[in-house]
Write a protein that binds this ligand. Structure first.
Ligand code: AHR
Length: 575
C-alpha cells in the first residue's frame, strides 16, 4: 500500500478541514473517510502516570450520599454495613484510588464532630445546598466505604466556618495512634484523648489520612476570600499540624476558578512571602464544562444538537490550556528561589496540580427526581469528554498529580445512577475501565495528525455552568482536534487511547511506533450510532464497550479505523 508522506498528509488534512467547513450533517455523511496518522515515541517519556488521576468525589448533595452511597444497614437494598453494594463493587471495578469527601461547598459548613458517635444521637443540621443533613453518614462510615472499595481517603477541611483548631483535631482524631503514647517529656505514657474517642466509636486503628484539601473554592462558596487572605488562612491551618508515623501529610491549597491565572499567581506570591509552607503538595483546580454557551437549557444533558456537541468537546479540551497556564504560573512565581525555601514537604518536587472537580455540568431537567439535586443523565458525549480529559491528564502526567471526577454517583458527571433499588452505570463508567492499563505506565509523546473539525460556536463566551453562575469557563475554540488521545508504555506493552469526535466520519489511521515495530494489537471501543445514547434503569446496557475490529499489523505499522464519535483503547505489543 502506498503511504502518504507527512507533508502530503498535512496538505490533504488542511484541504479536508476546508471541505469540512462546508459541513452539514447530510453532506458529512457522504464524505469519504479521511486518513490520519498517529506517531508514538517511546524514547520521549513524559512521566509515570499516577493512578490518582482517576479519582473520585462524593459530596453531601442531593442524592449523592443519601441513597447513592448510603442506604443504611437496615435497608432492603443490598449493602455492606449500610453502604450500597453496587456502589462498592463498581468503584472496586474501576479501582478507585482516592475518594474525596465531604465536599465541595458542603465541606465549608460541615462540623466533622456531628458525624461521629452513635447514629441515633447525631444532630440533624441545616447544610449547604439548602438541605438538612441527618449526619447518619459521617467520618467512620466514610472510612469504611474507602476500605471496602480499596480507595484512599481525601478529606476536605472546613476553612470557612471553623477555626484551625478543629482542623488540627480532625487530623488528630483520624491519625493519632490508640493506646498509651510516650511524650517527649518526663511525663508518663498516656492515651491520646481523640484517639480514645475514635476507638470508642469503633475504630481503634488510625485512619492514616495523608491527603487533605485545605478549604474548597475559597474564592466563592468557601468564603469569598482574596488570594492573599486565603494564603494567610492556609498558613494558619497548615503550620505545625500533627504528624504521626512515617506518612507525610499532603496538603492541597485552593486553586483557581477555571482558568483564573490571577488567583494562582497572587496566591503563590502571597505564600512566597513566608518561606515556611510545610506539606504544600498540590494546587486544586476546578474546571467544569457546560452544555451550551448560548443558552442555559433544561434537559440539555440529553437534548443537544451537532453544534453543541462539538462546542462542548472543544471547551472540555481546554483543560489542556488550564493545566498549562497554571503550571506556568506556579513555576514563574516560585522558581528556584522559592524551592530553596521548601515550597513542598520535599523541596526537590514541584507542587502538583490536583484537578479535584471536573466534568460536564448541565441544566436541570434530567435529574432522577427534584430532590436529587444536580443529578443528571450522561450520554456517549460525556464518555468522549471523559476520554478527552483523561488523555489530557496523561499527556501532562508530569504536572497533574491527582484528579477527581465530580461526582461519582447521582450528580454532575457521574459513573453511576441509583434510586432506591434501581441502579445503572453510565457511559463514563466504561471509559474509566477502558483507561485502566495506563495506570503506572510511562506516558510517552504521541503526535496525532487528522483534519480539524470546525466548531461554529467557538468563541462564544459561556454564561454559566449548571446552576452555578460563578464557575468560570472558557469560550471554545473555532476548531476541534479531528483525533486526540495519549499513549503510555509498560515494558513491551503500549496503551493507546483515542477519541474520534467526528459525528459521522470514521477515521482510518496509520499508527507508527518510532524506533520499534508493532507486533500485535487488540482493542476495545465505545461507540453508538447516536451520540445521545445513554443507559438508564430500564436499559442499563444500552451503551457498553465492544471488542474493536482489528487489522493485522503490516511492516510493523498498524492501520486502524476509529468509528465516528468513539473512544478506543488499543493494547499494542511492540517488538
Ligand atoms: O460539584 C458540585 C459543586 O461544584 C461543589 O460543591 C463545588 O466545589 C463546585 O462549585
Amino acid at each position: 500500500m502506498k503511504r502518504n508522506t507527512r507533508r502530503a498528509f498535512l496538505k490533504s488534512s488542511s484541504l479536508a478541514a476546508v471541505a469540512l467547513s462546508l459541513r452539514g450533517s447530510s453532506l458529512l455523511s457522504q464524505t469519504s473517510s479521511s486518513s490520519a496518522r498517529i506517531d508514538l515515541s517511546p524514547s520521549e517519556p513524559i512521566a509515570t502516570i499516577s493512578p490518582e488521576l482517576y479519582s473520585h468525589f462524593i459530596e453531601h448533595l442531593g442524592g449523592v450520599i443519601y441513597d447513592g452511597v448510603w442506604v443504611g444497614e437496615g435497608s432492603k437494598i443490598p449493602n455492606v454495613n449500610g453502604v450500597r453494594k453496587d456502589f462498592i463493587e463498581n468503584m472496586r471495578s474501576v479501582q478507585a484510588p482516592l475518594l474525596r469527601w465531604p465536599g465541595g461547598c458542603f465541606a465549608d459548613s460541615y462540623d466533622w464532630r456531628d458525624g461521629i458517635g452513635p447514629r441515633a444521637k447525631r444532630p440533624a443540621r441545616s447544610a449547604f445546598w439548602n438541605q438538612q443533613d441527618s449526619n447518619q453518614y459521617g467520618l467512620h462510615e466514610f472510612m469504611h466505604t474507602c476500605r471496602a472499595i480499596g480507595a484512599k481517603p481525601y478529606l476536605a477541611a472546613n476553612l470557612r466556618t471553623q477555626p484551625s483548631r478543629d482542623f488540627y483535631q480532625e487530623i488528630e482524631y483520624c491519625n493519632a495512634p490508640s493506646g498509651d503514647v510516650l511524650s517527649n517529656s518526663a511525663a508518663p505514657a498516656t492515651p491520646n484523648a481523640l484517639a480514645a474517642q475514635r476507638s470508642a466509636n469503633g475504630d481503634r486503628d488510625p485512619f492514616n489520612v495523608d491527603l487533605w484539601g485545605v478549604g474548597n473554592e475559597s474564592w466563592g462558596c468557601g468564603g469569598n476570600l482574596t488570594p492573599e487572605e486565603y494564603a494567610m488562612e492556609f498558613r494558619r491551618f497548615t503550620a505545625w499540624t500533627p504528624t504521626y508515623g512515617s506518612a507525610p501529610l499532603r496538603f492541597v491549597a485552593v486553586g483557581p476558578n477555571g482558568d483564573d491565572v490571577d488567583w494562582t499567581t497572587r496566591l503563590f506570591k502571597a505564600l512566597g512571602a513566608n518561606p515556611e509552607r510545610r506539606h504544600l503538595w498540590g494546587l486544586s483546580i476546578h474546571y467544569y464544562t457546560s452544555g451550551s454557551p448560548t443558552k442555559f437549557a433544561a434537559g440539555d444533558a440529553l437534548a443537544f444538537n451537532d453544534d453543541e456537541f462539538y462546542d462542548l468537546l472543544t471547551r472540555g479540551s481546554l483543560m489542556d490550556k488550564v493545566i498549562t497556564d497554571h503550571w506556568t504560573a506556579i513555576n514563574s512565581v516560585t522558581g528556584a528561589a522559592a524551592r530553596a525555601h521548601s515550597l513542598t514537604a520535599d523541596d526537590t518536587k514541584p507542587v502538583k496540580l490536583v484537578v479535584d472537580e471536573w466534568g460536564a455540568w448541565y441544566g436541570k431537567g434530567t435529574e432522577l427526581a427534584p430532590e436529587y439535586n444536580l443529578s443528571q443523565q450522561s450520554t456517549l458525549r460525556d464518555a468522549l469528554l471523559t476520554a478527552i480529559t483523561f488523555d489530557i491528564f496523561q499527556r501532562h502526567a508530569d504536572k497533574v498529580g491527582a484528579a477527581a471526577v465530580a461526582q461519582s454517583i447521582n450528580c454532575i458527571h457521574s459513573l453511576m445512577l441509583a434510586q432506591g433499588d434501581r441502579f445503572c452505570v453510565t457511559p463514563t463508567y466504561h471509559v474509566f475501565k477502558m483507561y485502566l492499563p495506563h495506570r503506572e505506565a510511562q506516558s510517552i509523546r504521541a503526535d496525532f495528525s487528522a483534519p480539524a473539525i470546525p466548531n461554529p460556536m467557538g468563541g462564544t463566551t459561556p454564561s454559566q455552568v449548571g446552576g452555578n453562575s460563578y464557575i468560570g469557563q472558557l469560550p471554545g475554540t473555532k476548531t476541534l482536534a479531528g483525533l486526540s488521545g495519549s499513549a503510555s508504555i509498560k515494558g513491551k506493552n503500549l496503551t493507546l487511547t483515542v477519541v474520534n469526535p467526528h459525528l459521522t466520519q470514521p477515521m482510518t489511521t496509520e499508527i507508527n511506533v518510532r524506533g520499534a515495530s508493532i507486533a500485535s494489537a487488540k482493542g476495545t471501543v465505545l461507540a453508538e450510532t447516536d451520540v445521545h445514547a445513554h443507559n438508564d434503569f430500564v436499559h442499563p446496557n444500552a451503551v457498553q464497550p465492544k471488542a474493536a475490529t482489528m487489522q493485522t499489523p503490516v511492516s510493523g505499522r498498524l492501520h486502524h479505523t476509529f468509528p465516528p464519535a468513539s473512544v478506543t483503547a488499543l493494547e499494542v505489543t511492540v517488538a
